[in-house]
Design a protein around this ligand. Structure first.
Ligand code: EPU
Length: 584
């Protein structure tokens, strides 16, 4: 059911052909107890592995027409209708608006999520409203075009609405005319000029289909997901100052007075990657924005090739390409960026045997971690050592930062988030007290008309007791006590991260049941008023019984890493800087 043609299995699959059937599925335990993924035509998905959850698909069909006045008609299209069938219907009905979008694979429901676009037109230009099923309330809700917050290949359904809303029907506003209108896109302009008359919607759709076929692989023959990357949008300043000097011919399209969009296909081709292969995956020679499955590609081949493309383009042009394709990857990779307490190990001006140790395992930067899952890169705490950590772990992109509390050793690196603000504000999730503290400490970032070089940060307040979502990923805050200060840890799937706790209230312990991996702080063996000792952490681990536990946030009194490792129970491990933990 995906156009890449790379096999993956879903543990459970369900299809519905009416709202009634969807409501019935919604009421089942299967819906409640599983990770749910809704798919459309599968033209924008790459499964990294089998999906251990429920895959839902709409088989809702039907297109109805409502004439508004003599110029305008609405088409109400069920989510399971193929996009190409809808475009064909418009042409047969003599309705103008969708002809430039001929030949796009996929289904109508997904077109609203993805805001599909081609040849100078985006779905948002003709979408009137979108009717959805709300999985939080079990009711239907209709969003106006504005409320969908459409942007280039983007909408709110890919952010706060992800996982919550299921598109049922899309209503399009179309012109009653057989004459095409959007002919500004280079090749179409030339086509119209050569033709000598304004092309009809049929002629335009046929020409678009012809251009597409000359550049893009036919999904029924060669697997692909269309454009693999988005065209990057950069500031005009960056384009003129950093890119033009590398190649004065880099094409661009003006977005607004401050930004330009650059064709990623051009960058990939000029980085020397046309036709480049890894295993069965290939940069498609006719359009380098596409990664094609030449027959026997695995998801790993595609992922490795996409990483190689991103790396090569970054090195040559300084631009980090973002995939347009949705990676379905429920595995979790945690990188321990720092495992030391506030002073780090070695401590400044200390000559103890731990601080003098030559072993890399005894060098501990201040505590923070990077979590990679569901295609997202999430940082937990920005320690004062973040700059060094980002450099040594090749961090090029962040989707969000989760803050546990506002002590300096957990937030001192926020200013170094600047490089990640180039594509927009970095979102920081935090409790209200942290929000207030950061407002005072980093006031230069939050005042009106700040100095242009400061990081642009978006502070998102969490209440500590409610689950929240980052692009559809469920995050459960865990309230713990750091001495007398209430702070938060976080649970993501079967992984939880707790730092700086002295105790965990009973009601919060239940949120930590059934974990595969628990990362938890243990300062040293000796008692401390605000941090758990190794013995106190082991007690918690013994009660929670995660499959594996990792201790972090050590000071130098913890002793040598090599000795600590031998003292701990079999499923408990000391963290070290650079440790990677994988959960499948
Ligand atoms: N170019 C190259 N080398 C390449 C590819 C492109 O030099 O390998 C140059 C072209 O010569 C042209 C420019 O880059 O000057 C733009 O190329 P093109 O017109 O093919 O469009 P694109 O920006 O590469 C976007 C969409 C396509 C859509 C086309 C046409 C994205 C990510 N992709 O591609 O959408 O069909 O415009 O409108 O915005 C899709 O989303 O799956 C898709 C195919």
């Amino acid at each position: 059911m995906t156009t890449f043609g790379i096999p993956a299995k879903a543990a459970i699959f369900a299809e519905y052909s009416s709202l009634k059937e969807l409501s019935e599925i919604y009421k089942t335990d299967v819906f409640r107890d599983n990770e749910v993924l809704h798919i459309g035509g599968g033209s924008n998905l790459l499964f990294a592995h089998d999906f251990n959850g429920l895959v839902l698909h709409s088989a809702m069909k039907g297109i109805s027409r409502y004439d508004k006045d003599e110029d305008t008609a609405f088409a109400i299209v069920a989510s399971g209708e193929k996009w190409i069938d809808f475009v064909e219907w418009c042409i047969n009905e003599g309705l103008q608006g969708a002809e430039n979008l001929a030949g796009i694979p996929g289904e109508t429901g997904a077109s609203a999520v993805q805001n599909v676009g081609a040849y100078g037109v985006e779905a948002k230009d003709i979408i009137h409203n979108v009717e959805c099923f709300d999985t939080l309330t079990g009711t239907t809700i209709t969003f106006s075009n504005n409320e969908c917050r459409f942007a280039y290949r983007d909408s709110m359904f890919k952010h706060e609405g992800k996982g919550r809303y299921i598109v049922l029907r899309v209503s399009f506003r179309l012109r009653k005319s057989t004459e095409a209108r959007n002919l500004e896109y280079g090749p179409l302009k030339k086509f119209a000029e050569d033709l000598g008359h304004i092309p009809s919607i049929r002629e335009t759709a046929d020409e678009v289909t012809r251009i597409r076929a000359s550049k893009l692989p036919d999904p029924s023959v060669t697997g692909s997901a269309g454009s693999f990357f988005k065209n990057p949008v950069v500031s005009t300043y960056f384009y003129n100052d950093e890119m033009v000097c590398k190649d004065p011919d880099i094409p661009f399209y003006k977005v607004d007075d401050h930004r330009v969009k650059i064709p990623a296909g051009w960058l990939i081709e000029h980085a020397g990657l046309k036709g480049y292969r890894i295993g069965g995956a290939q940069v498609y020679p006719q359009q380098c924005l596409v990664i094609a499955n030449t027959g026997d590609a695995t998801a790993e081949d595609v992922i490795n090739l996409s990483r190689h493309v991103v790396d090569t383009v970054r090195r040559k042009y300084g631009v980090v390409l973002q995939p347009e394709v949705n990676f379905i990857d429920t595995s979790i990779e945690i990188t321990i960026l720092g495992s030391g307490t506030s002073k780090g190990v070695p401590e400044v001006a200390c000559a103890c045997r731990v601080c003098r140790s030559d072993s890399q395992f005894d060098k501990r930067l201040r505590t923070s971690a990077l979590v990679r899952t569901h295609g997202l890169d999430i940082l937990i705490d920005a320690s004062p050592d973040f700059r060094q950590q980002a450099l040594s772990h090749d961090i090029f992109h962040l989707d969000a930062v989760l803050i546990t509390h506002s002590h300096y050793d957990h937030v001192g690196g926020i200013d170094d988030l600047r490089p990640f603000c180039a594509e927009g504000a970095v979102s920081l999730y935090m409790k209200e007290d942290v929000h207030n503290d950061l407002g005072k400490r980093l006031d230069y970032c939050f005042r009106e008309n700040p100095y242009p070089g400061v990081p642009t940060l978006k502070r998102i307040i969490i209440d500590g007791s409610s689950t929240f979502f980052i692009n559809g990923l469920k995050i459960i805050p865990i309230n713990v006590m750091h001495g007398k200060l209430p702070i938060v840890g976080y649970r993501i799937g079967d992984f939880a991260y707790i730092t700086d706790a002295k105790s965990i209230p009973e009601e919060e312990m239940t949120k930590l049941e059934g974990l595969k991996v628990l990362v938890i702080n243990a300062l040293r063996h000796r008692h401390h008023f605000a941090h758990m000792s190794v013995e106190e952490s082991l007690d918690i681990i013994d009660r929670l019984k995660p499959q594996d536990a990792y201790l972090t946030h050590f000071n130098h009194e913890i002793g040598l890493h090599s000795e600590l490792e031998k003292e701990l129970p079999e499923n408990v491990h000391p963290c070290f800087d650079g440790l990677k933990i994988h959960l499948s």
